[in-house]
Write a protein that binds this ligand. Structure first.
Ligand SMILES: NC(=O)c1ccc[n+]([C@@H]2O[C@H](COP(=O)([O-])OP(=O)(O)OC[C@H]3O[C@@H](n4cnc5c(N)ncnc54)[C@H](OP(=O)(O)O)[C@@H]3O)[C@@H](O)[C@H]2O)c1
Length: 249
């Protein structure tokens, strides 16, 4: 398909203020898609929304909806915000595609692991995203839509001090794989399972960074652009569902 023939998509980026979420939202806006953002922090959302306006193409600041995914009403808030900002029509829903790039990376040393850590991480990474997809499935189906979730290579090769996070990422990977079956053939669901792009502890510790980087086959951390490339490819991969594309392991 030529670039000029490509029809613009309306894509919800969940976790749109994160290092990967921002890069994904920018790349989508650059290729002419309409981006809708959600995350917690209204100030960051406002700044990113403004930065996504493309005066050259006449595109306006991106619509955004603030929601804390640990809150029980977060999914309803996001859907209501979306419906108000981008009302659905008989032919098209409020959203065509979703990229799931949300959630914290909490360090949970095994000796200090608490129920609260597990529940909170599980809620943000798995429960809320899966319920959000459930709530918007009809919209996605109208657009023959796609979901791409960011997974973590640590779910197949675990590392230490992150039991809560890795458990939650494993759950969302399985949940998305199950949704690929539930939503076929109208909606495709694929996962990018990535190694390290950034590690909060390694940022301040070059030795740790070196040790982690050399553990991966390509000997280095990835860049947001390398993740973006795979996310966009999977959004566009019209003959792929239920797939996991591993990068940087
Ligand atoms: N970076 C890596 O090396 C790496 C490696 C493997 C997998 N991943 C996965 O890739 C995804 C993005 O990673 P990243 O590095 O971009 O993360 P990040 O920079 O920490 O950004 C996380 C995003 O999630 C949002 N978020 C966090 N807690 C939330 C909550 N309770 N409710 C709503 N939104 C919340 C943040 O919003 P606020 O700004 O509003 O807090 C932010 O937009 C994550 O799913 C992560 O597991 C990343």
């Amino acid at each position: 398909m030529s670039a000029t023939a490509r029809k613009s998509r309306r894509v919800l980026v969940v976790g749109a203020t994160g290092r990967l979420g921002v890069a994904i939202a920018e790349a989508l806006a650059d290729r002419g898609d309409e981006v809708v953002l959600t995350a917690r922090d209204p100030n960051k959302l406002e700044a990113i929304s403004a930065s996504l306006a493309r005066p050259s193409t006449g595109s306006k600041p991106a619509v955004f909806v603030c929601a804390d995914l640990t809150h029980r009403d977060a999914v309803e808030r996001i859907v209501e915000g979306l419906r108000a900002a981008v009302p659905p029509t008989a032919e098209r829903g409020s959203i065509d595609d979703i990229v799931l790039a949300c959630g914290p990376f909490p360090r949970t040393p095994f000796q200090e692991l608490r129920r609260e850590d597990l529940e909170r991480t599980f809620t943000v990474h798995a429960v809320a995203p899966l319920l959000l997809v459930h709530a918007l499935a009809g919209d996605l189906a109208k657009a023959q839509g796609a979901i791409v979730g960011l997974g973590d290579a640590g779910t197949t090769r675990p590392y230490e001090h992150h039991v809560a996070y890795l458990t939650a990422k494993g759950a969302v990977r399985t949940g998305l794989r199950a949704l690929a079956v539930e939503l076929a053939p109208d909606v495709r669901v694929n996962i990018v399972e990535l190694g390290i792009v950034a590690d909060p502890e390694a940022d301040a510790d070059p030795l740790r960074q070196h040790r982690l980087a050399t553990r991966s086959q390509l000997g280095r951390f990835g860049t947001p652009q390398e993740v973006v490339h795979v996310v966009l490819s999977l959004l566009d991969a019209t003959w792929a569902t239920g797939e996991t594309w591993g990068i940087g392991s």
